[in-house]
Design a protein around this ligand. Structure first.
Ligand code: NAP
Ligand code: MG
Length: 479
């Protein structure tokens, strides 16, 4: 075993109070879903059942839309300053209860507590503060004459950053005067349910935020409802395409934040040790369940051997295990289905001829786990170099000239993010100009800020979240 021995340092889960069963949040209170159907949400690190959540059906979506209509009547009469007060209150409460949220997120989704505590929750609060600050400045920042909120917005989010995706969607929608019906992912609904409790606590007018938990059928019912004026979706490209087709004949706003297969390019003049650190962060953060993960290492050929040897050494020091242990770097894979998908893509990578390196580590006997994995000797045509694996798996491709680096990096259906590692500023600008990606990091990776727009090109979707662009996604021209 090459990892250092640490004494366990387990974050207590006694701070969270999980109900046995949850209803849906409509008209400002929890109600029994008309469907009377439940599914279980488990902790992917132990397979323990945490709770039963309602699976909303068409009638539940109808009730949520009725509730949203009454909410809109109240919300649309409030000034930006009044709307901001609620958002600021929510931001402060999220900060106050951030430990509770972080533990719940790690329990329900499997991510390491050090990430939910030090990344997700600070980002969530920052998003609410940021958009709260905009609510009373929309008129003075743009000529908002003719720009109106959509009205009722349907929002559908994935399981990799459950509360963070909620904040990216709910905060700008409410700041701009819309009301919301949110559908969280079926494997990670608990932090959204706790957020609904906060909405009750701050006295958010009933119907302004509605939460209908469920599965894909619940999401589809939301998409199909004729009174929804905008859909904001984050998830897989396949479901994004379905939503685009489903809404094609309606006058509806649509933003799609979909998958990615980002290139993390390392030039031979880069600071190698820092680049190794950045590449590790780029792919192993959040078990690689990251849409903008740097899942393709695009490496200059003459530093390949030195870089890979340092990378493997660094990977070996990653600690895989209990998400609630503060020492853990890599937690549980979010679900059995996701583990099966990762396993089968990795098996195909081996069959196609890639050389595989996996760290030596003991995996817990229960739960869903995958060892940090690196492929070398891969061809750009291999599935592991083309498909989003959405797990802790990095595929290396090599190049000789900067032009070739750009060609390889852009040789993908996706276009969400990219990374550039070089000590030359001019090379950063040259490469950034040529990369087809919505977000490009230079000598760093996976850095986020609420003021910075995020979104993709090509099969990574369209529309931007964050910053002024993100606000505009919730306003439509009506003149
Ligand atoms: P997913 O299967 O597309 O699910 C996303 C959400 O859509 C979930 O709430 C899901 O519900 C719901 N859904 C499923 N089928 C639906 C349907 N027919 N109609 C409406 N909604 C439906 O994606 P995922 O596996 O949860 O998330 C991983 C994907 O999200 C990856 O591809 C990742 O790249 C992408 N992602 C993108 C960004 C970005 O900003 N670009 C950020 C994070 C993640 P259930 O959970 O109940 O199935
Ligand atoms: Mg769960």
């Amino acid at each position: 075993m090459n990892t250092w021995e640490y004494a366990e340092s387990i974050e207590s889960s006694s701070i969270v109070n999980i109900e046995k069963k949850y209803g849906i949040f409509i008209d400002g209170k929890f109600q029994t879903a008309k469907s009377k159907k439940f599914i279980k949400t488990i902790s992917p690190s132990t397979e323990e059942v945490l709770s039963s959540i309602s699976v909303g059906n068409k009638s539940d979506i109808n009730s949520a839309v009725d509730s949203a209509k009454s909410g809109l009547k109240i919300w649309s009469k409030l000034s930006g300053t009044e709307r901001a007060k609620y958002l600021f209150k929510l931001a402060r409460l999220i900060q106050e209860r951030s430990r509770e949220f972080a533990v719940l997120e790690s329990l329900d989704g499997g991510k390491p507590i050090k990430e939910s505590r030090d990344f997700d929750l600070p980002q969530v609060a920052a998003n609410f503060f940021y958009f709260a600050g905009w609510a009373d400045k929309l008129d003075i920042s743009w000529n908002t004459k003719g720009l109106k909120p959509y009205g009722i917005v349907g929002q559908i989010i994935p399981w990799n950053f459950p509360l963070l995706m909620l904040s990216w969607k709910v905060a700008p929608a409410l700041a701009t005067g819309n009301v919301v019906i949110l559908k969280p992912a079926e494997s990670t609904p608990l932090t959204a349910l706790l957020f609904a409790e906060l909405c009750e606590e701050v006295g958010l007018p009933p119907g302004v935020f509605n939460l209908v938990t469920g599965d894909g059928t619940t999401g589809a019912a939301l998409v199909q409802h004729p009174d929804i004026s905008k859909i904001a979706f984050t998830g897989s490209t396949a479901v994004g395409k379905y939503i685009q087709k489903e809404t094609a004949d309606r006058d509806i706003g649509l933003t799609l934040e979909l998958g990615g297969k980002a290139a993390n390019i390392v030039f031979n003049d880069a600071a190698i040790d820092q680049a190794v650190e950045g590449v590790v962060n780029g792919i192993f953060f959040n078990q690689g369940h990251v849409c903008c993960a740097g899942s393709r290492l695009v490496l200059q050929e003459d530093i390949h051997d030195e870089f890979v040897s340092k990378l493997e050494k660094r990977m070996q020091s990653l600690r895989v295990g209990n998400p609630l242990d503060k020492n853990t770097d890599i937690g549980a894979i979010n679900s059995k289905e996701q583990l099966n998908k990762i396993t089968s893509l990795v098996d195909e990578g081996v069959a196609e001829g890639g050389s595989i390196f996996q760290t030596e580590c003991d995996l817990p006997s229960n739960g869903f786990w995958f060892k940090p994995t690196l492929f070398t000797n891969a061809q750009p045509s291999y599935k592991i170099a083309r498909e989003e694996i959405f797990g802790p798996v990095l595929t290396t491709l090599t190049f000789r000239t900067p032009e070739e680096a750009i060609e390889i990096s852009n040789n993908t259906e996706y276009g969400l993010s990219a990374g550039i590692w070089t000590e030359k500023g001019s090379k950063i600008l040259w490469a950034a100009d040529r990369l087809q990606a919505g977000v490009i990091w230079a000598n760093t990776f996976n850095k986020f800020d609420p003021s910075s727009p995020f979104g993709g090109y090509k099969e990574s979707g369209f529309g931007r979240e964050g910053g002024r662009h993100g606000l505009l996604s919730y306003l439509k021209v009506q003149s």
